[in-house]
Ligand binder design. Structure first.
Ligand code: FE2
Ligand code: FE2
Length: 405
């Protein structure tokens, strides 16, 4: 900051040389190692035909893994459940990243209003461009898969804006959706005109990315374990392209997670102390994340999807030529998979518990964060017993609704 001229804030990011260096290093390394060109190239070369017979993820990351469906599936069906996991998982990531691009920009606008924040904003520009490359690749693979296997959409969707519900399979209704729309608009306006709220968007982004990191690390390992010698040689590797995409994406996202952490924990110290209203808004946003991450899904380990929102999709998959079940068989299979304790259910519950523990650790040293958020008390209210009860009730409703149609 130019000391001879008056500035509006008392502290400067430049005075905190340790934080500034951390930010600079993260930005420089992300720029030099940027995986978007490889991701673009992989996406443009993807042909479903060439990857159709391989696993794309470690086996346990398959749709309905550890349930009766998985136990009874043939090897060919298991391969498809494994690929379906990839498509479902990254369809959720697309939605999250569309919102991320938007809030990266509104938050950068809020922070750019104070001196010396160019580096933070340049970092956001780079990350947003990378997200566009990620989205393009996930969309290409997901849509090619669904067109070839089902001839219609199951988990993918046409391009959308940032103001719709971020969670694809969620527990919602028209009123909740409208309220969500209002909240997102309010947060966008506030973050673009308030440095503290802009800065603390990154606490929200940090915990959201943290769960992604826990799962995507394991998805990325599938590729790196297969290609020890040629890890960096994406073009000649014969590992399926979706697995390579998981690996490259994980590497880009590691930098995004670092920047979230530096901005929400360290850069925060260069801002003036928040007002009661600002603290309230930032805590509301964290509570919103807890609400989004309340459920866990028997069908898909690592996403906080609401199983009942998946029932129509799973029914469609079971009736498709892939499993070729009649109505009675499909219903019985859904009862067995969704309303009883299975290994798959416990694996998903365990991943969610790991997420809760990591979130608590992440927020522990941020002063303004409320006790409800530090302890993740909203998320902790859910349990395996409550999950099974809800699934049983909603599955009955789903069957009744089908009969009424
Ligand atoms: Fe991404
Ligand atoms: Fe990201």
């Amino acid at each position: 900051m130019n000391k001879a001229l008056s500035q509006v804030q008392e502290k400067s990011l430049l005075d905190d040389t340790r934080t500034f260096r951390k930010l600079e290093l993260n930005y420089r390394k992300n720029r030099s190692q940027d995986h978007s060109p490889e991701i673009d190239s992989l996406a443009s070369r993807f042909r479903y035909e060439e990857a159709k017979d391989s696993y794309w993820n470690p086996e346990q990351f398959s749709l309905l893994y550890g349930t009766p469906l998985w136990e009874q599936a043939t090897e060919a069906q298991r391969v498809k459940l494994n690929q379906l996991y990839w498509v479902a998982y990254y369809s959720q990531i697309i939605s999250a990243e569309i919102a991320t691009i938007f809030f990266n920009q509104t938050s950068a606008a809020g922070l750019y209003a104070i001196e010396d924040f160019r580096l933070v904003c340049d970092t956001m520009d780079l990350e947003s461009a990378q997200e566009r490359s990620h989205i393009n690749a996930f969309k290409k693979v997901g849509e090619d898969f669904e067109e070839n296997v089902f001839g219609e959409r199951i988990f993918t969707y046409h391009m959308r804006g940032p103001f719709v519900e971020t969670m694809i399979c969620h527990n919602s209704n028209r009123v909740k959706e409208f309220w969500r729309w209002i909240e997102l608009h309010a947060f966008a306006l506030l973050s673009s005109d308030n440095a503290f709220i802009g800065c603390q968007y990154f606490a929200v982004r940090g915990i959201r990315t943290l769960n992604g990191k826990l799962i995507q690390h394991q998805l990325g390992q599938f590729y790196s374990k297969h290609t020890d010698k040629e890890k960096e040689d994406f073009l000649i590797s014969n590992v399926p392209i979706p697995s390579q995409l998981s690996y490259c994406h994980f590497l880009d996202e590691s930098f995004h997670f670092n920047s979230s952490t530096i901005i929400s924990h360290d850069v925060l110290n260069s801002l003036r102390r928040p007002t009661a209203f600002e603290k309230w808004v930032a805590n509301r946003a964290l509570l919103g994340t807890q609400a989004d991450h309340y459920h866990f899904s028997t069908a898909i380990n690592g996403l906080f999807w609401y199983d009942p929102a998946l029932f129509p999709k799973v029914y469609k998959i079971l009736r498709s030529p892939l499993f070729d079940m009649d109505d009675r068989q499909a219903r019985q299979m859904m009862v067995d998979c969704f309303t009883k304790e299975t290994d798959g259910l416990h694996l998903s519950a365990h991943s969610r518990q790991t997420a809760i523990d990591s979130y608590r650790q992440y927020l522990a040293d941020i002063d303004y964060v409320s006790r409800d958020n530090k302890e993740m008390s909203v998320m902790r209210r859910n349990s395996v017993a409550a999950h099974l009860k809800r699934n049983s009730r909603e599955l009955k409703r789903f069957f009744l609704k089908m009969e009424a149609q």
